[in-house]
Ligand binder design. Sequence first.
Ligand SMILES: [Zn+2]
Length: 162
Amino acid sequence: MSESSTYSNCSPRYCECGSEIKRRTSWTDLNPGRRFEACCNNRKNKRGLHFFAWVENETCPRGKEILPGLLRRLRGMEDELRATTENFILMEEEKNKLEQKLREEEEEIKILKKQNLGMGQQVVVLEGEILSYRQRQRWFWVVVLLCFMIVIFFINMDDLVV
Ligand SMILES: [Zn+2]
């Protein structure tokens, strides 16, 4: 396990490199919960170049036995919590997308309803036109019939004259 630690406040002291020395707590398997003081620039691969000193004695055997397992469980729980949170965020996003889609579809239905209404009005207008066309057609045939009768009448008159 890599070295991990938590910072805590203390009166400022400085390393030879000029960086502040801070008291921290180790959470490695070897030194779980053991406090130390180290330069802020101190990293695992640079130990020796910067200030480093344990503040507390080595963690007791019982602590070494129990703490790493507890830490792993804690980290597992943290991972689980993170995964659950991410899942929740994804679900929230999915929900938002679905709501957006629903809104769009509602909008589309509104438009379609309006179009439907417009078409209904058009049908009414067309029906009116068909009706007036039929009436005009009826009158046309009436006129044609009248003309025909007049022609017949005059032909008959001619016959009478001759
Ligand atoms: Zn240093």
